[in-house]
Design a protein around this ligand. Sequence first.
Ligand code: ZN
Length: 175
Amino acid sequence: MAILEIRTLGDPILKSRAAEVTTFDAELARLVDDMLETMRAAPGVGLAAPQVGRLIRMFVWDDAEDHGAMVNPKITWFSEETEEAEEGCLSVPGFYFPVARSVSVKVRARRPDGTHVDVTAEGFRARVFQHEIDHLDGILFIDRLAPDLRKEAMRNLRDHDFGMSPPPSKPAKTL
Ligand code: ZN
């Protein structure tokens, strides 16, 4: 396994639409393992292939209760009910903004071995799935903010080199 480089805001790959996966082989399985390791080391709870420079429709996730990889995921149903909560992204390090998401979604996808799967996700997991599937369409969580908040977020990001030099979020403990 290997730790992969995580692309950050400003990298054009994060704004690109990823391609469907057509080959379910050992190389794909290895990428899943590497992405899980990279995500856990970061640490994060979700990571999409474009974030590690691979423009394919796949993401990995681990929310402590369960983990896995979704290939060619498609949201087939969004709940009308939405919820706003703080969200962050490994490609926008150090920044957290409130994003409204559906509280539950149904997702049709394939596993890395090619088998089909239909899952219903709720709460935090539904949020993770929506965030990661957005990545596959070149959409970042800051693109989901209300216009005023997005303007403020972009100003904040610009002041910090677009996430290349994150703000000192929490002061270090002095002894
Ligand atoms: Zn993200």
